[in-house]
Write a protein that binds this ligand. Structure first.
Ligand code: GLU
Length: 435
């Protein structure tokens, strides 16, 4: 049975690179009916933090990568020591006093040789291990090193496939040497290609990559993010880009993962997110948004009209790249007073349009059937009567009503603002102009 693992070090939050590694491990387990194991590599006491463990677990859960088993390396110290002792007894390792005099390190005596692995993604890779220096297994403070703990655990947890980022490729020959020394079966390896930034350079924890939890907070949907991560290194074929995870499970094989580096492109992710938002259930989107709207003070607990909010969500849904942009884009529907963007004011409200606004306001007021079509009709009439082009009025009215230059169609905006608020906002503006 396939047993794969994701082995994050809780020295930071879960980022795009780690999430992609987790995805491909999880996906391979799903595709093969295997097990997905989570191993928290928290041997570095100084840099590991509980808050990062919590964060990683929460992000994995949000993405839907649920583990079948979980292990913490900090709880397995005795096991590593036992295996290090065994290598000592067999004469395959030696001890070395620390220069400070406190404690002894256990060091593996490297047997120079050439090592060959059949990487499931990259094919055969040959390493010249004649240049590898003796390896520290246990540091003088009694903690196991990454390479040693990793091999002991992967072997004892019966990991069949080690799927991880290309950045670990230099560790692989060292680990193969340790498997052999310990008499363990060497697992299959699959090294995922690098992720590059669009601006060039590698995407790493340090190069400003955003944490998964930050994407979540910004209003990316887990399903969209997972689809995007998937496409970073795999394709369902036929230039398809939108693929449901259930279908991906049916089609996926680790051997089909791309060999070439992936490029992380935020614009593409935004596009993908919009594709998912567009087709999401509006009620569900509203549920996600309610806490955000509360937090931003746009609605108050127990004091909002859910049906009205739902119609607003439907109005914005087709154009949202990030769900939480809704709070900013739709604020003028929810706030009693709007603030007019200064640039928009300069651009569209420089000329005195008091008369035009007044006439439009009167027409709106006179509408018996107040709906999107009738609003549009009365706008078209006014344009004709004044013998002006629609753009002369359409942008200024939008800015006066919303404070913004972009958004949904003007007539829909007016409809959802309602007659009274539309008149009020136009009137405010007329007064301002006359002052
Ligand atoms: N703790 C290592 C990391 O976070 C795991 C490497 C591996 O998968 O072997 O990069």
């Amino acid at each position: 049975m396939v047993r794969v693992r994701f082995a994050p070090s809780p020295t930071g939050k879960l980022h795009i690179g780690g999430a992609r590694t987790a995805l491909f491990n999880w996906l391979y387990a799903q595709a093969t009916g295997g097990k997905f194991i989570l191993r928290i590599e928290d041997t570095d006491k100084l840099r590991s933090r509980q808050e990062f463990v919590d964060e990683i677990l929460e992000s994995l859960c949000w993405l839907g990568f649920l583990h079948d088993e979980i292990y913490y390396q900090s709880q397995r110290t005795d096991i590593y020591l036992e295996y290090a002792q065994r290598l000592l007894r067999q004469g395959k390792a030696y001890t070395e006093k620390s220069p400070a005099g406190s404690g002894e390190a256990i060091i593996y005596k490297v047997v120079p040789q050439k090592i060959k692995i059949d990487d499931l993604i990259r094919g055969t890779i040959e390493f010249d291990a004649t240049t590898i220096k003796d390896q520290v297994l246990v540091k003088s403070d009694g903690t196991a090193t990454y390479n040693f703990a990793c091999v002991v655990d992967d072997a004892l947890l019966s990991i069949t496939h080690v799927i991880r980022g290309d950045d670990h490729i230099s560790n692989t020959p060292k680990q193969v040497l340790l498997y052999q020394a310990l008499g363990f079966k060497v697992p299959a390896f699959a090294h995922l290609p690098l992720i590059l930034r669009k601006e060039g350079g590698r995407l790493s924890k340090r190069t400003g990559a955003t944490a998964i939890s930050d994407y979540r907070r910004a209003g990316y949907l887990a399903s969209a993010l997972v689809n995007y991560l998937l496409l970073l290194s795999w394709s369902p074929g036929a230039d398809r880009e939108i693929i449901d995870i259930k279908e991906a499970i049916k089609l996926f094989d680790i051997r089909d993962v791309n060999k070439t580096a992936a490029t992380f492109d935020l614009k593409k992710l935004d596009w993908m997110n919009n594709q998912y938002i567009k087709t999401s259930d509006s009620h569900w989107l509203l549920e996600q948004l309610i806490p955000v709207l509360k937090e931003k003070g746009l609605i108050r607990e127990g004091d909002f009209d859910a049906n009205y909010l739902l119609s607003l969500v439907k109005l914005f849904q087709p154009r949202l790249a990030r769900l939480n942009d809704f709070a900013e884009w739709a604020d003028f529907f929810l706030l009693p007073e709007i603030t007019i963007d200064e640039a928009a004011q300069d651009k569209f409200l420089k000329n005195d349009l008091s008369r035009e606004f007044q006439l439009f306001s009167e027409k709106i007021d006179g509408l018996k059937d107040f709906n999107v079509e009738s609003i549009e009709r009365c706008f078209r009439e006014l344009i004709k009567e004044l013998n002006i082009e629609s753009r002369v009025l359409i942008h200024p009215i939008r800015v006066a009503l919303t404070g913004k230059t972009v958004g949904p169609g003007l007539f829909e905006i007016i409809y959802y603002l309602g007659k009274e608020r539309t008149k009020e906002r136009l009137a405010n503006f007329i007064r301002q102009e006359r002052r």
